[in-house]
Design a protein around this ligand. Structure first.
Ligand SMILES: [Zn+2]
Length: 278
């Protein structure tokens, strides 16, 4: 993950100072990103005095724990801002400390009209990406249509290939770019319909709707919905007739097992087990 973190003071201009510092936050609650921050995450540092991002760094150590003694933290993390900062923190709460390695020194202005959240942490999502880094998220998901040559692959090879590609499309991107994604996952969806013979995969259904112009109509449902982070990958896609699709979406559904081959659980009180691919 990538984050922007803001500091209300002048950040070191020296790489070694940045890297030797014991960086941390102390909060009375488990504020974001107390749980979320991980080794390998990218941190961009915003200097409020300069109103610029000044460092791009990588998290190389994370330490988090509840505390009830500030002095103890000060003793353990001497290379920090000093007692004055500790004094300003709550007497007890949650400590998250981190060490960073500099990736590069940068000099990037804050986008106009942007207001930093009070706690000074931002996750770099698509919107932040575009606002702060002028990155076009669409480029990141431009991965399917160009790469596949349908002719020289069997359906199951195509499915495996498309599945691999779709795994790189994060749920968050999909969520933000639903209309874009619908276009982008057409191929895996069509391949899946074909592999299911355009028949509903729900046990004992097998419904097939013949179209007047030829071919068959069938739908593909996301087991975990796109809006809750489900991806268009094997194991999360199921070929269903319109009735079973709606029952999946609106019925009482609990999944007991979900793999790329198998899906089983309870739908409106009925046990089901579905072979997803063959
Ligand atoms: Zn059905």
């Amino acid at each position: 993950m990538e984050y922007i973190t803001s500091r209300g003071f002048e950040l070191p201009t020296d790489q070694h100072k940045m890297e030797n510092f014991d960086w941390f936050n102390m909060w009375s609650n488990k504020n974001f990103p107390y749980h979320e921050l991980l080794l390998g995450d990218t941190l961009y540092w915003f200097d409020t005095t300069a109103q610029k991002l000044v460092w791009k760094t990588e998290v190389v150590k994370v330490d988090r724990f509840p505390y009830s003694d500030k002095q103890e933290i000060f003793d353990r993390y001497p290379n920090s801002l000093g007692l004055k900062y500790y004094d300003s923190r709550p007497d007890s709460g949650y400590f998250v400390g981190y060490k960073i390695k500099v990736i590069e020194k940068i000099n990037r202005d804050k986008p106009t009209g942007f207001r930093f959240p009070q706690l000074g942490w931002l996750r770099v999502d698509n919107e932040i990406s575009q606002k702060w880094f002028n990155r076009n998220p669409i480029e990141d998901i431009n991965i399917l249509d160009d790469n596949i040559s349908a002719d020289d692959k069997t359906i199951s090879e195509q499915l495996a290939f498309l599945n691999l590609k779709m795994q790189n499309v994060s749920p968050e991107r999909i969520d933000k770019l639903v209309s874009m994604t619908i276009r982008k996952d057409t191929k895996i969806i069509n391949a899946l319909k074909k592999s299911a013979d355009f028949k509903c995969q729900f046990p004992d259904c097998g419904q097939q709707i013949k179209k007047k112009g030829g071919g068959f109509y069938v739908e593909v449902a996301h087991v975990k919905s796109v809006s809750t982070g489900g991806q268009s990958v094997l194991g999360n896609l199921i070929v269903l007739c319109p009735n079973h699709h709606k029952e999946f979406d609106y019925g009482e559904l609990s999944i007991s097992e979900q793999t790329t081959d198998n899906l089983s659980g309870l739908l409106n009180g009925r046990q089901f087990e579905i072979k997803l691919t063959r």
